[in-house]
Structures are given as C-alpha cells and as structure tokens.
Design a protein. Structure first.
Length: 117
C-alpha cells in the first residue's frame, strides 16, 4: 500500500490544521493507521492511531483532547484534526499503517507542520 500524506503548513499557536493520509494499492481494511511526528533533532514519536475495522482510537498524552483522528471509508483516507496547536507540535508528520501501529509496515512521506508562537 502507498500512503500519501498532505495538509501540513504554517499555523499560529492556538490555530488548527487537518492532515490527510490517503491509501492507494489496497484499502486500510485490517490495518491500524496512525500518525507519528519527528521534531528537529529528536526521535520520531507516536501521535495518534485508529483501528480501521473497529474505529477505536489511540492518542499520545501530549495531544489527547486537542487532536482527533478519524477515517473516511469511502475515500480510504485517515485524517488528523489538530486544534489548539502549540509551538511544540512543530514537526514533520508521517502517516503509517500496518498490522501493529507501533511497528508499521508502510510509511508515507512526511508533511511539515510549523506552529509559530
């Protein structure tokens, strides 16, 4: 499966962005789909994930209550709605998918999110 991430950009603190992750080559069925992020000079970290079949969602503590992950079955796309953004959310965001979200089989290209203070 190929993953195409989009939606990054520059936003002021307190603002919102929505990232999209579209799949091609196969559907997300039976996969967990999620987002990771990597800030400059830091390791890549888990942000959020959704079980495509059940719709169950999972969040890192740092984004719980501010970010929402969702799916659109018809478009085979996963979204990450980011609200109340903070400068520390600045990072390259990657979508990923696989049988186990913490060890994804597939990665999309990153999309840069910059939050200005």
């Amino acid at each position: 499966v190929q993953l195409q991430a989009s939606g990054g950009g520059l936003v002021q603190a307190g603002g919102s962005l929505r990232l999209s992750c579209a799949a091609s080559g196969r559907t997300f069925s039976n996969y967990a789909v999620g987002w990771f992020r990597q800030a400059p000079g830091k390791e890549r970290k888990f942000v959020a994930a959704i079980n495509w079949n059940s719709g169950s969602t999972y969040y890192a503590d740092s984004v719980e209550g501010r970010f929402t992950i969702s799916r659109d079955n018809a478009k085979n796309t996963v979204y990450l709605q980011m609200n109340s953004m903070k400068p520390e959310d600045t990072a390259v965001y990657y979508c990923a998918a696989g049988g186990r979200i913490m060890a994804p089989d597939h990665w999309g290209q990153g999309t840069l999110v910059t939050v200005s203070s």
